[in-house]
Design a protein around this ligand. Structure first.
Ligand code: ZN
Length: 321
């Protein structure tokens, strides 16, 4: 059997792909647009073409066809049936894994955030920790509940939609149709949007955090509300599932201590009768999805333990596409 898999992380606008060996080296990476503007059928064709191209380049570079393919996709994913059930962003419904790969190549599909969580669990910030929450906070907020060492998607794949936990009853309307959702207050996009709505000034989210720290009252209010919303959602998660650790990633976590310090304090304040789990930054950054997809590829190739011996140094071997 050949000693590499094709791994692809599909986003709404672009997808990242790579060849990943069983030793955790990454001889090649590439990126291309998802092409969702031309409809879901086109996007599916673009993904299949990207996988086909990576497999052909792998065959040339490494002397054999890939052992398997792992793909992380957004939206609702049923991992047990390997089906991309629905994506509001791309518009597809009920796409089987086989539609994304050339004939004859075994493939496994994963939900994008749960696949990133799998990578953080196997070789990242949650390594060796069976129960933790992986929460990337970017344009939106979705989490991966890692339970007993594996990402948990729930009964139908909707598990982990922490961004739509109502944190402020009667609060601001969310794009999802509910009101007062965590995502409305605390996503990186929402923090920037809420600052702009109050000041008319458009600045990056990290600047809102910095302004808040320097005493700007409007920025401080927006930031404090984001932290409060997050702390309430994390308190709920903690009380429900008792995680050892909470791993924060995405754009908002880039704020570092400006986020982690007040968030830890508010989480502790909410949890009166038990200790708050520690908050750690994610280790794998924007590569988590592709690395998780590689782990899925190795699982479907029949080697589920690949990845356990990789070190986070794998990140240093990733060529920039
Ligand atoms: Zn919502």
């Amino acid at each position: 059997m050949s000693d590499y898999v094709v791994a692809v992380d599909v986003g709404g606008t672009s997808m990242k792909g790579g060849l990943v060996t069983s030793a955790g080296t990454i001889p090649l990476t590439d990126r291309r647009p998802t092409g969702r503007a031309e409809g879901p059928a086109h996007a599916i064709g673009e993904i299949r073409s990207f996988v086909t191209d990576l497999a052909a380049r792998g065959t040339t570079l490494l002397g054999a066809a890939p052992a398997a393919v792992g793909i992380a996709v957004p939206g609702l994913v049923d991992e047990t049936t390997a089906t991309a059930v629905y994506s509001a962003n791309i518009g597809w419904r009920d796409v089987p894994a086989a539609a994304f790969v050339p004939d004859g190549l075994p493939a496994l599909l994963g939900h994008d955030v749960r696949t990133g969580g799998l990578a953080e669990a196997v070789l990242g910030a949650g390594r060796g920790i069976p129960d933790f929450l992986f929460l990337p906070i970017g344009t939106g907020i979705a989490g991966a509940a890692i339970l007993r060492g594996a990402p948990y998607g729930g009964a139908s794949g909707w598990g982990g939609e922490i961004g739509h936990i109502p944190v402020f009853p009667g609060g601001e309307p969310c794009a999802c149709g509910q009101t007062g959702c965590l995502e409305t207050y605390a996503s990186a996009a929402s923090v920037a949007r809420r600052y702009t709505a109050r000041t008319g000034r458009t600045i990056p989210t990290e600047d809102v955090a910095a302004l808040a720290a320097s005493g700007d009252p409007v920025a401080a209010q927006v930031w404090t509300e984001a932290v409060e919303a997050l702390s309430l959602a994390l308190a709920t998660y903690t009380l429900l599932l008792d995680p050892t650790l909470i791993v924060l990633g995405g754009g908002l976590a880039e704020a570092g201590p400006l986020l982690f310090t007040p968030l830890a304090a508010r989480l502790t304040a909410h949890l009166t009768f038990r200790a708050a789990p520690p908050l750690h930054p994610a280790l794998l950054g924007t590569q988590a999805g592709m690395l998780g997809a590689a782990l899925l590829g190795w699982r479907t190739a029949g080697l589920p333990d690949v990845g356990l011996t990789w070190t986070a140094d794998v990140l240093k071997t990733i060529p920039v596409p």
